[in-house]
Design a protein around this ligand. Structure first.
Ligand code: ZN
Ligand code: ZN
Ligand code: ZN
Ligand code: ZN
Length: 434
């Protein structure tokens, strides 16, 4: 017997309330930091924007950080006091965002050493228990060069309060591996945080949970039926942009977090649909499975038996490796159009490089709307069978929002040598700001 509407309503209500029971909220980050260029627009304590039509209150001590209200200023003072003093001394040089962030972590680590965990900062886990990949970082010349630069700048900022180089290296490595960036609901990156609770969550290219921000507060929400966001054995987040091929995802994870991803999606041969190439027989629509890193060889089509020659497979693989992962918003549409026609010539329509080029072109020509984003995302995600996981009552709009959120997480963990390399304009405060 089919359930009555009332039964369905009750069931939906139960499902929704059980989702609420399975979310996890983190509201005690170890350290947070607003990016220097956004300090005028977001409260340095709660990390929310100024209320409509109002200006943020400027700290009279350093004339730099801003707060949305007196309460936020009062709550931030314990953490800001030593920073405020150092900012005054280093005037007119403004330290890099990363230096301010690491310096706050150093303050907390020093305090914990002297006083123990008086305030329950380490309730979720101990700072000392964080993974640091020190050996990998030592063997990474680019990262070490960045460390030396940050060490010099942090020493100049902290002066006699600077800790030993070994102790600072410990903070630097732990922060590099465990921090995440903070975004507004519109997806703008405004700062970074180290949250000991969130740092416990592992990565999967097929995440079971998504992250939603409210200022520095983070809500971990299940994406999959029955998953409890508090259970580390079933709750996985994504550290990277999951709308990419296995080769690209694993390369990114290895460069930034020094591990080889062994998630269910990376082990799924079906995932190679995202790097499939076209059958040489122009009347055949069968995808030929390969990937960027596979040894090139001729492939016989399972459907029409046509053999696609090794040289053609190699050409397609090289094209995939050559295509840029990001597009400059000022790039002329003609350039993308040209790349897209090359890609469509060799790559199968399920290929993620084709989808991304199409998205980039639509973005450049202003054709990218909520509807087209939704259909593009669905195209990509149905290719690697994520959709079967969605709760059945998810409407189109919820689905679209969720997918956008996953994309957003992708840009969430980017505190690393490539994405956080600071510019010198970041360093010097402009006269007008002082
Ligand atoms: Zn505030
Ligand atoms: Zn101040
Ligand atoms: Zn993976
Ligand atoms: Zn074929």
């Amino acid at each position: 017997m089919a359930p009555s509407t009332d039964d369905k309503f009750i069931k939906d209500k139960q499902e929704i309330s059980s989702i609420h029971a399975r979310i996890k909220i983190f509201e005690h980050p170890f350290v947070t930091q607003i990016n220097n260029p956004q300090v005028e627009s977001f409260c340095s304590h709660c990390m929310r924007a100024a209320p409509q039509g109002q200006k943020l209150l400027k700290c009279a001590g350093c004339n730099f950080v801003r707060y949305c209200c007196k309460d936020c200023q009062r709550l931030a003072w314990k953490v800001h006091r030593p920073e405020c003093r150092r900012l005054k001394t280093s005037f007119p040089n403004l330290p890099l965002t990363e230096v301010l962030f690491l310096s706050k972590i150093v303050d907390k680590v020093v305090f914990l050493k002297l006083n123990g965990d008086k305030f329950g900062w380490e309730k979720e886990r101990k700072f000392s228990s964080l993974v640091d990949h020190k050996d990998d970082i030592r063997n990474d010349p680019e990262k070490m060069e960045h460390f030396e630069k940050i060490y010099t700048k942090t020493s100049a900022f902290r002066k006699e309060e600077m800790v030993s180089k070994d102790d600072f290296f410990d903070v630097f490595c732990k922060a590099a591996i465990n921090s995440h960036s903070i975004h507004t609901n519109a997806g703008t990156e405004i700062g970074m945080a180290l949250d000991l609770g969130i740092s416990k969550y592992n990565h999967s290219c097929r995440p079971t949970c998504t992250i939603v921000f409210d200022g520095y507060r983070v809500c971990l929400r299940p994406l999959v039926i029955g998953v409890n966001a508090s259970d580390l054995n079933e709750a996985f987040i994504s550290y990277i942009d999951v709308g990419r091929s296995k080769y690209m995802r694993r390369k990114d994870l290895k460069t930034r977090w020094y591990f080889d991803c062994m998630c269910t999606r990376c082990a799924d041969p079906e995932d190679d649909l995202l790097t499939a190439i076209k059958c040489s027989n122009s009347c055949c629509d069968e995808p030929l499975m390969t990937s960027e890193a596979e040894e090139p060889c001729s492939i016989a089509c399972q459907k029409c038996k046509t053999v696609t020659e090794e040289a053609k497979v190699k050409e397609a693989q090289e094209l995939m490796k050559f295509l840029p992962t990001r597009f400059d918003p000022n790039c002329p549409a003609e350039v993308i159009k040209d790349l897209l026609s090359k890609a469509e010539n060799l790559l199968h329509p399920t290929n993620v490089y084709v989808s991304r080029l199409r998205t980039a072109l639509m973005q450049l020509t202003g054709q990218l709307t909520v509807e087209t984003i939704s259909s593009m995302h669905k195209e990509i995600y149905s290719n690697y069978k994520m959709l079967e996981f969605w709760r059945p009552y998810y409407t189109e709009i919820k689905l679209c929002r969720t997918l956008i959120l996953i994309f957003r997480i992708a840009i969430c963990r980017k505190f690393d040598k490539n994405n956080r390399s600071p510019s010198d304009s970041d360093y010097k405060m402009s006269e007008s700001e002082l």
